[in-house]
Design a protein around this ligand. Structure first.
Ligand code: CTP
Length: 154
């Protein structure tokens, strides 16, 4: 159903920061998690979920004020929302628009499910996975995470 003009915008435009648009419907909170934003961080965040979109059936949007996400931070979003677009906003204008590319290596992003993996000991070692077609391959113990990556996020 089309939105009535009187309903206005679901979330306001931002002056400066990053808008992550075209996120797979329902994945916005996982997107926040994968880029390390929790309720305890200081950014002002707006989230809209399951919004009607021309290009997708339903999409989510995340707006982060006063922070421009870097390439390494945004690319991991591709693991859960491959069609996401990243818009860098400066003085209310879209300064830059880019897609997300699946990264080759993930360091410190997901926890290895293998309790015996060295990345799960007291050693000061960040987890390290290579991203393969069949899943995420732990470079320390060879474990492969084949599904539900979000439940393994650190
Ligand atoms: N946006 C925002 N604040 C601004 C400018 C843009 O929150 N000051 C948001 C828009 O609401 C939109 C996204 O940033 O969700 C991208 O803006 P724009 O490129 O103007 O929108 P579209 O043309 O709809 O984008 P696309 O072509 O990627 O669908």
């Amino acid at each position: 159903m089309k939105r009535d003009a009187r309903e206005g915008l679901l979330i306001s435009p931002i002056r400066n920061g990053t808008v992550i648009d075209h996120i797979t419907g329902g994945e916005a909170l996982n997107v926040l998690k994968i880029i390390g934003i929790t309720g305890a961080t200081t950014e002002s965040i707006s989230v809209a979920t399951n919004v009607k979109s021309g290009k997708m059936v339903k999409k989510d949007i995340v707006k982060i004020e006063n922070r421009e996400l870097k390439k390494e931070e945004v690319n991991r979003i591709a693991l859960i929302a491959p069609s996401a677009s990243i818009n860098i906003i400066r003085n209310y204008e879209v300064f830059e628009k880019k897609g997300v590319e699946i990264p080759g290596i993930l360091v410190g992003v997901v926890r290895c499910p293998n309790p015996g993996c060295i990345s799960n000991t007291n050693e000061p070692i960040d987890s390290k996975f290579e991203v393969l077609q069949k899943g995420l391959h732990c470079l320390y113990c060879d474990w492969i995470i084949t599904k539900d990556i979000t439940s393994h996020l650190i």
